[in-house]
Design a protein around this ligand. Structure first.
Ligand SMILES: *[C@@H]1O[C@H](CO)[C@@H](O)[C@H](O)[C@H]1NC(C)=O
Ligand SMILES: *[C@@H]1O[C@H](CO)[C@@H](O)[C@H](O)[C@H]1NC(C)=O
Ligand SMILES: *[C@@H]1O[C@H](CO)[C@@H](O)[C@H](O)[C@H]1NC(C)=O
Length: 332
């Protein structure tokens, strides 16, 4: 606007008619260089790069936060329960108790106190500064992993997250051999090899008592340590999924499809909150549209398409949307 006015004023003096356009051009150039740094180098991606989040330099810039993502993502909700004094908000408690048919929350502080006597307090993923880059492979159990030959790629991630009945022995070429985190609940528990973090999903308060008791008495069905320090050794490996995070995924991402989100969704959003780069394998139907586990021979089992509690097709669309946003890489 200033430029236009100057131009008007100066237009009566013939000799200096070149000044206003020049001033305009210089002003524009200065504005361009100082206020639009993203456009000064067209070779750079136009993404926002928060170097505080990722110090390794190998990480790709964080994708731009679109309104859709912004509306759903809430970074202040912590994925893990990390201490006996952690506050579980009332609306979460109410929902969580209802899920298990209870209405009395009065002994929850006691349950948490007992739990954190046998597992360590503290959040291992709190450090967001000066930490190495975290690339995560979230590996579902879908039959689409069969003959995929993704094994090597999966194993190359810093974290390899598996769930429920996942197995690797005999399927290494397609699913890899490493596991750093295994998501499960008591009913889906499997034997875990040494060094794997068990991420327990407490669908019920009883599940917290189960892990407490199993760790205290050593009767948990996990082969972890062969020393006398069985309990101590094992307890270092256990992480507890936060019921508040469970509700957050249910409310904000899976939009109340199903009674609660599937284990796969829980693992995926855990990764979305703690990893810099995410690759997703083994989700959805196989190439022929069948839903089964990669270790099952009956590809027509339709094992987990409509389980009554989850809505697998909705979850597939959600993953596709996150891939579209550049939040994760989806491998088929
Ligand atoms: C994110 O979660 C916190 C804790 O539950 C809540 O106080 C806050 O309002 C949430 N943010 C948004 C944008 O909903
Ligand atoms: C909840 O249980 C405790 C003890 O188990 C009991 O003292 C309390 O009255 C109960 N509260 C309600 C609202 O039922
Ligand atoms: C998540 O869902 C809750 C409850 O439906 C809502 O109040 C909140 O605004 C949503 N968004 C975020 C970012 O938490």
């Amino acid at each position: 606007m200033h430029c236009i006015r100057w131009q008007y004023r100066f237009s009566h003096q013939r000799r200096s008619t070149w000044i206003p356009p020049l001033l305009c051009a210089v002003a524009f150039l200065i504005f361009f260089i100082y206020f639009c740094p993203d456009y000064t180098n067209p070779g750079d991606p136009v993404d926002e790069f928060d170097k505080n989040v990722c110090m390794c330099g190998r990480c790709k810039p964080k994708p731009l936060r679109t309104p859709w993502f912004e509306q759903h993502f809430n970074g202040s909700i912590k994925p893990l329960l990390v201490g006996k004094d952690q506050v579980i908000p009332d609306h979460v408690l109410k929902w969580w108790l209802k899920l298990q048919g209870l209405n009395n929350a009065s002994h929850i502080p006691w349950v948490l106190e007992q739990l954190f006597k046998v597992i360590p307090s503290g959040n291992p993923y709190e450090e967001q500064y000066n930490r190495p880059c975290r690339s995560c492979a979230v590996v579902g159990n879908s039959g689409n992993l069969k003959s995929s030959r993704h094994g090597e790629k999966i194993d190359s991630h810093s974290f390899v997250i598996r769930m429920n009945g996942a197995r690797t022995s005999g399927f290494e070429t397609d699913v890899g051999s490493r596991t750093t985190h295994h998501f499960m609940y008591p009913e889906s528990a499997v034997h875990l090899p040494h060094g794997v973090h068990l991420v327990l999903i407490p669908f019920k308060l009883q599940d917290l008592r189960w892990i407490t008791s199993a760790l205290s008495t050593g009767d948990i069905k996990l082969h972890v340590c062969y020393s006398n320090m069985y309990v101590l050794c094992l307890s270092l490996q256990v992480l507890i999924f936060n019921p508040a995070f469970l509700k957050y995924i249910h409310d904000n991402w899976t939009n109340h499809h199903g009674k609660y989100p599937s284990t796969g969704m829980l693992a995926l959003f855990f990764a979305l909150h703690i990893c810099d780069e995410i690759s997703v394998f083994g989700f959805g139907a196989d190439q022929k549209g069948n839903w089964h586990h990669y270790w099952e021979n009956n590809r027509f089992a339709g094992a987990f398409r409509w389980t009554g509690v989850h809505n697998a097709e909705f979850e597939s669309k959600l993953i596709a949307a996150l891939a579209q946003e550049g939040r994760l890489k989806f491998y088929r």
